[in-house]
Design a protein around this ligand. Structure first.
Ligand SMILES: [Cu+2]
Length: 460
């Protein structure tokens, strides 16, 4: 019950009720979020946080649930959830109509503003004549982040936005990064971390400020989608401190790069040197004349759209339509070598991004180990392990003649569920196919997802 319309369920009609019933494994906890997976509803605000606490040894005792997390990660005084994302002043349907025409040239619609937990601020005088905003100047006293200076807060950050990555920075406060996409990482101290792309999460422990100096939070929207009318760097006071810090300049030379953060060592121990199966796909936004130069997202030759009304799990495979690109692990009996002692099936998925922009891809149903991401300095940066002797940008392995050695440094693999694949590059993802079903793999930039940048994995 992952909510993927057209794959595992029908859309929930307006005014009706649907109950999601799913079991969370004991080893899965952390910061998640729920959001509509039908059309563009997520953009207009149909989302919220979903926090899973570690099971307590005595779950019947009230209050112990949250404390199980605390014992593991060190104590903290309070949980704070920050749903951070870009925001448009027009409805999602209007924005999408602008994008899905030849005249957009495939340039993604640039956001007008940004929201934290549904609230933002916008300078009315910044609105451009081409896009008038019904705007009233109002002094608001909103506490975006009520984190008093004398306590430690576990701040859970989710990028709930449509297109832009965000970097978070704190002035006069230090934090420890503890989780990325609800997975424990080797802890790191800083006052800034990014880039957090749509769909991704990070958990930090925000420490007390040493001398109760007023502090602030700065959010920096990725410059990939610049809008001259939008202040891409915005500062928010922490607590309703009397000092207005908005004019002060925030800087950090110590920003944690989330794409390089080390997953906690113990979580890498089960990662095998080789996978049983390797699948290779290519993805790109294409403006084809056959589609009147309107941008559509593709995997290989297929642009995904949900099969009308009926989810794939209810349709025999021979009746799936031409918009469904499905990679299948095949029947369980034929999939493993007889010599294989390991009962688990491991899959390598090589995703080549032939596009001029990067894409944050999310896989339903599984976390995956990112063995490698690569961006080509020149050319396409594509990798096909069936035809290429070694991945581009990597020297041939000294012992590659044996063909058993991994070309990847497995000790640096990152366990996540949403990976940013750079432009003209690729990612190699390895995952344990232990969750049977049909799972969507899609770009989390909503305009790309809606225009077809998605495919399916069938785990049998
Ligand atoms: Cu994308």
């Amino acid at each position: 019950m992952d909510g993927a319309v057209g794959v595992t369920q029908r859309p929930i009609p307006p005014g009706s009720t649907f109950t999601y019933n799913f079991t969370i494994p004991a080893d899965q906890s952390g910061t998640f979020w729920y959001h509509a997976h039908s059309g563009l509803l997520r953009v207009d605000g149909l989302y919220g946080g979903l926090i899973v606490h570690k099971p307590s040894p005595k779950p019947t005792v009230r209050g112990l649930l949250a404390r199980a997390d605390q014992r593991e990660l060190g104590s903290y005084d309070k949980d704070i959830l920050l749903l951070v994302g870009d925001w448009y002043h027009r409805s999602a349907d209007q924005v999408y109509s602008w994008y899905m025409r030849a005249g957009s040239f495939g340039n993604e619609p640039v956001p007008d503003s940004l929201l934290i937990n549904g609230v933002g601020h916008f300078d009315c005088s910044m609105a451009v004549p081409a896009r008038p905003v019904d705007c009233i100047l109002r002094q608001m006293n909103v506490s975006y982040l009520d984190a008093k200076g004398d306590a430690t807060y576990r701040v859970r950050v989710v990028n709930t936005g449509s297109v832009a990555g965000v970097t978070l920075g704190f002035q006069n406060r230090e934090f420890t990064l503890i989780q990325v996409d609800n997975i424990d990482v080797e802890q790191q101290d800083s006052n800034s971390a990014g880039v957090l792309y749509p769909g991704q999460r990070m958990d930090i422990m925000l420490r007390p400020s040493p001398d109760e100096t007023p502090s602030s939070l700065t959010i920096d929207l990725d410059k990939e989608y610049p809008n001259p009318a939008l202040a891409s760097i915005q500062t928010f006071d922490i607590t309703n401190s009397p000092n207005n810090l908005s004019s002060s300049i925030y800087s950090s030379n110590n920003t944690i790069s989330l794409s390089e953060v080390a997953t906690r060592k113990s979580l890498l121990s089960g990662l095998p040197a080789k996978a049983h199966q390797t699948h290779v796909v290519y993805t790109k936004i294409e403006k084809l004349s056959i589609n009147h130069n309107v941008p559509y997202g593709f995997f290989n030759r297929t642009s995904w759209r949900p099969q009308i009304d009926t989810p794939l799990i209810d349709i025999p495979r021979e009746k799936w339509d031409k918009n469904q690109l499905v990679l299948s692990t095949g029947p369980t009996t034929s999939r493993r070598l007889s010599s294989d002692q390991d009962k688990d099936l491991w899959i390598d998925l090589v995703v080549n991004n032939l596009d001029d922009s990067g894409h944050p891809f999310h896989m339903h149903g599984h976390h995956f180990y990112i063995l490698r991401t690569y961006q080509a300095p020149v050319g396409w940066g594509a990798y096909n392990p069936f035809t290429d002797a070694h991945p581009p940008g990597l020297a041939p392995h000294p012992a590659s003649s044996s063909r058993t050695d991994s070309p990847y440094d497995l000790s640096r693999a990152q366990l996540r569920d949403t990976v940013y694949i750079p432009s003209r590059g690729h990612a190699v993802l390895r995952f344990r196919a232990d969750n049977p079903g049909i799972w969507l793999f899609h770009c989390h930039i909503i305009w790309h997802q809606a225009s077809g940048m998605a495919m399916l994995l069938q785990i049998e």
